[in-house]
Design a binder for this molecule. Structure first.
Ligand SMILES: Cc1cc2nc3c(=O)[nH]c(=O)nc-3n(C[C@H](O)[C@H](O)[C@H](O)COP(=O)(O)OP(=O)(O)OC[C@H]3O[C@@H](n4cnc5c(N)ncnc54)[C@H](O)[C@@H]3O)c2cc1C
Ligand code: SF4
Length: 536
């Protein structure tokens, strides 16, 4: 008899990867269980309070992790249904075509992926439709080929950002509209679900108008009677059969009790740090270094991007409400005077004084935090960090997460900052001319955090996929080389990180892996259906 705790598929984690996969598999009729350590984000006014979110870190996990020197850090990460997409800025970029090949950087080589851009392209298109991305093709000079248009028009610039866009264009740059996953209907503001507010990036959406994995994927998946969700369900360990080739038990801490589940297919999608930690915690006699870790890569090659927030202070105020609409990729692969990639320039949500208080930037002479916040353009710069085997997730004696990280490939980022500085100096407003721009001020501390390493928003790379089991833990379908029924679909699979935000790539890949699983599950049900006929 099949146990009530046995499923066709168990998905651990409901974020960009797990939530999207659940959506893909739900119509199959297979019994699917989602295990999520968090609960739903409570809907309350604090969702949109910068004080509660940034200063008091109301929704962050209260867990402590440790750095390589054993110093505690409080990670800026969130455990809820929908994962970190509940809090993300919803800038949904494709990686560049070139990011799938080997790219030479100043700091070393960014390795190739085992799949090409063209293989992922149809899934990017599908993910853009699913997550209702608003964008414009053919503006971004590094944009890869797309087989269809964005499903919705780009989110328009507010006047200050439009002015910046015009100035950048005059300076020879090609600024473009950021592809955004918000349910905004600018033509029909009265009916638009999104109200275009200032508390989007980093905040949950009180009116459920952000295209996050809960709203777009998990909730619709749960409308299928074959899909169940258990919240407050922390997966502590995966156990295998005696051969080590198959996961036989998923051990869950739930309501103060330990429960056991099993499934034909088990998918880990806990985020790159927690999935690696889960596999390491699940070491056994057959997998002494951690589950599926014969290659010793599990936990290694942690990447999180080289990021900085730079506030450009102008004499003119910046009354923009929804700031995250403009980006610049002119320096993504280099420039005339620098042959290596530098990265991507875009925006964070508009910073206010409460948010600044949480991170205490260097104050511009003669300015208060309040004044800085009303006059700043708040840029978000991203450069690629390279997969260093020593940048890794391990567990300490108490089973807690240790994140060892030494930044690399920094020169390109410095040059990207210099390029922005140069471009800002060319600003020419009608009132103050070139004197308008007062300088760039580094807000080097990640939003709301005092320890830069705690800024793990873009975590990826810890369970890389590849063709060679000696150098990767997952095969190109994101199945563990060493375990026949284990898959990983969060950001762990990235062999390199590119320099744009990762979520759309995680979503597109989850759809791709979903199609592979549907084939595998269909094959299995045919086997089961055919068997009795053969024996009769
Ligand atoms: C403030 C912020 C802004 C961001 N802005 C952007 C943006 O604009 N664009 C973009 O592309 N990306 C952005 N990101 C990054 C993006 O949110 C992540 O890349 C993405 O959510 C990662 O998806 P994932 O599936 O790997 O993990 P997650 O979305 O983190 O999902 C992991 C899930 O697993 C659960 N879980 C963890 N461990 C366990 C366990 N042991 N048992 C059970 N459940 C477990 C977690 O609770 C969580 O629900 C942002 C992130 C943050 C924090
Ligand atoms: S209303 Fe729109 S802008 Fe505001 S949080 Fe929701 S999705 Fe973001």
């Amino acid at each position: 008899m099949v146990s009530a705790n046995h499923y066709d598929v168990i998905i651990i984690g409901t974020g960009a990867g797990g939530g999207t996969l659940a959506y893909r598999l739900a119509p199959s009729g297979k019994r699917i269980l989602l295990l999520e350590r968090g609960d739903y984000v409570p809907r309350e006014k604090d969702n949109w309070s910068t004080r509660a979110v940034n200063l008091e870190a109301r929704y962050n996990t209260k867990e402590s992790w440790y750095d390589k020197d054993g110093k505690a850090l409080h990670p800026h990460t969130n455990y809820y249904v929908g994962g970190n997409t509940k809090f993300y800025g919803a800038a949904l970029f494709r990686l560049r075509k070139e990011d799938f090949g080997e790219l030479r950087h100043h700091g070393g080589v960014s390795p190739a992926w085992p799949i090409s851009y063209d293989e992922l392209e149809p899934y990017y298109l599908e993910a853009e439709r699913l997550y209702q991305v608003h964008g414009t093709r053919d503006e971004d000079p590094t944009e890869p080929r797309a087989s269809g248009p964005y499903p919705y028009p780009a989110v328009s610039h507010e006047p200050r950002i439009q002015q910046l866009s015009d100035d950048f264009e005059q300076a020879g740059l090609k600024p473009f509209h950021v592809p955004m996953g918000v349910m905004l209907d600018e033509k029909n503001p009265r009916k638009s679900r999104c109200i275009r507010c200032s508390t989007c990036d980093g905040h949950p959406c009180l009116v459920l108008a952000k295209s996050d994995a809960q709203v777009v994927c998990v909730d619709p998946a749960l409308e299928h009677p074959n899909v169940e969700l258990l919240t407050g369900a922390y997966v502590s360990r995966l156990e295998t059969s005696a051969s080590g080739r198959e996961i036989t038990k998923v051990i869950v801490e739930h309501d103060g009790k330990t429960e056991e589940f099993s499934a034909g297919i088990v998918v880990s999608s806990c985020g790159a740090i927690n999935s690696a930690a889960l596999l390491l915690r699940s070491a056994n006699d057959y997998h002494p270094r951690g589950l599926a870790n014969g290659s010793d890569v599990v936990g290694r090659h942690y990447m999180g991007h080289v990021n900085s927030v730079l506030m450009a202070i102008s004499k003119c105020p910046n009354p923009t409400v929804f700031q995250k609409t403009l980006a610049v990729n002119d320096y993504y692969f280099g420039s005339n005077d620098w042959e290596y990639p530098m990265g991507h320039i875009s925006f964070v949500g508009k910073l206010d004084a409460d948010t600044l208080r949480a991170g205490a930037p260097a104050i511009a002479p003669g300015w208060t935090l309040e004044l800085m916040a009303t006059h700043s353009l708040d840029f978000w710069l991203t450069s690629e960090d390279l997969p260093d085997a020593n940048n890794r997730v391990t567990l300490n004696r108490n089973g807690e997460i240790v994140l060892s990280y030494t930044p690399n490939n920094l020169e390109g980022h410095k040059r990207l900052q210099a390029k922005l500085k140069q471009a800002m100096k060319q600003q020419n407003c009608s009132i103050h001319g070139h004197e308008c721009h007062q300088g760039l001020f580094s807000r080097s501390l990640y939003l709301g955090q005092k320890i830069p390493l705690a800024g793990v928003a873009h975590q990826n790379g810890t369970i890389r996929f590849g063709r060679d089991p000696e150098t990767s833990a997952l095969d190109p379908n994101c199945k563990a080389h060493e375990v026949d029924n284990l898959y990983v679909v969060d950001a762990s699979f990235f062999p390199s990180s590119g320099a744009v935000n990762p979520a759309l790539t995680i979503m597109a890949n989850a759809l791709r892996v979903g199609d592979h699983l549907l084939e595998r599950l269909a094959a299995r049900s045919i086997e089961v259906r055919v068997e009795p006929k053969v024996t009769a």
